[in-house]
Design a protein around this ligand. Sequence first.
Ligand SMILES: C[C@@](CO)(OP(=O)(O)O)[C@H](O)COP(=O)(O)OP(=O)(O)OC[C@H]1O[C@@H](n2ccc(N)nc2=O)[C@H](O)[C@@H]1O
Ligand SMILES: Nc1ncnc2c1ncn2[C@@H]1O[C@H](COP(=O)(O)OP(=O)(O)O)[C@@H](O)[C@H]1O
Length: 290
Amino acid sequence: MPQPLATRAPAKINLTLHVLGRRADGYHDLESLVAFASTGDDLRLEPGGALALHVDGPTAPLAGDGADNLVVKAARLLRERVEGLKVGAFHLTKRLPVAAGIGGGSSDAAAALRLLARLNGLSLSHPALREAARLAGADVPVCLEPRARMMRGAGEELGPALSLPRLFAVLVNPRVPVETPAVFKALGLQPGQQLPGGAHPAAEASSPGALVAALKQARNDLEPPARRIQPLIGEALGLLREAPSCRLARMSGSGATVFGLYDDCEAAAEAGKQIRRLRPDWWVKATSVR
Ligand SMILES: C[C@@](CO)(OP(=O)(O)O)[C@H](O)COP(=O)(O)OP(=O)(O)OC[C@H]1O[C@@H](n2ccc(N)nc2=O)[C@H](O)[C@@H]1O
Ligand SMILES: Nc1ncnc2c1ncn2[C@@H]1O[C@H](COP(=O)(O)OP(=O)(O)O)[C@@H](O)[C@H]1O
């Protein structure tokens, strides 16, 4: 029985993100504990015919369905590297906010590569697949097998999959796009400049409480520059921190999405409800992360 050609493209959450410096090529060296939410976009592939993309869902107009869409970009990068690659029509249901620091586009690109790998009998460690992922964007390799792990370099160095305890979270995005290059630029580092970084806390933790305690020892270094570019990020963090049930509130990636962590799913659902009531125009999602 063939497996259905459908996959979830989960939201990527940078639970921590330390910037270690800027490389000669202009990219920044990072150390980030990346995890994935249960919420995300959905991608299907109808095999046969030419490469095509149809997009529906609440944030479809922001993602676009042309050559700029990362699904098409990733599929083309793979087709250029694998002779006779079978393709088809992708159907993307886009729910995640766009340019939001939760890697929606990157996760969609990685999902496209997973489906093409399945259709063509390629393993996820196939060099062409790895290269297509890397060229599609810094965050695409970590999304290829969406399991929590440490990500280093500009995203090309991946640690082993980690069994993190499940965290209950609320994701909040004020529905303002924040462009990743602008946030890195606002750090103001010169090519070749290194930062002290500081020790990254151990990612292995046996309980949610121990994990949250470890996360508190770390940071997201992109939070200060992103907040200067988009002050609503500070407002969203403030709303999360107001509720006593919130154990930790932090920005993901280059923003503007922020996340709050809670002891259980009821507390997360309640916090989500309260923020939605206060900011009905914002994107607010209670979810689990691991
Ligand atoms: C910041 C992070 C953290 O996970 O996430 P997002 O905020 O995008 O979700 C990623 O490093 C983003 O990855 P991604 O969004 O794929 O980046 P790319 O498209 O490859 O790069 C966009 C631009 O960001 C800058 N960039 C990106 C990654 C990096 N390590 N250093 C950089 O300086 C470069 O200016 C680059 O031209
Ligand atoms: N399928 C897609 N979903 C979201 N954004 C996409 C997609 N394809 C291309 N993009 C473009 O990629 C850029 C980054 O989007 P996204 O991955 O959502 O954000 P981030 O890099 O902040 O996590 C946006 O400027 C958007 O226009």
